[in-house]
Design a protein around this ligand. Sequence first.
Ligand code: SF4
Length: 88
Amino acid sequence: MATVTDVKTCTVTACAYNNQGCTAEAVTITDSGCATFIELDARGGLPSASAHVGACQRADCKFNQDLLCTASAITVGDSEACLSYQAR
Ligand code: SF4
């Protein structure tokens, strides 16, 4: 049964989706960080921060199941990395 993982906190304020948190509908996490991160002159996304993890490629994380995240919520921080990652 799939769970929905909230992006509880994102401190990457340079991202065009960051408006007191992540306002993308969903983000993709990779080994090199959040793949949804983008720096633009414009700001975009939902009216408020309520993003979810749509996909995660970090198969070596203990929360990763079938390339989806099963944690209840994650934090994205320095270098757009998922700070909630835990090695298996
Ligand atoms: S907690 Fe693990 S499975 Fe969930 S998004 Fe972060 S790295 Fe991926």
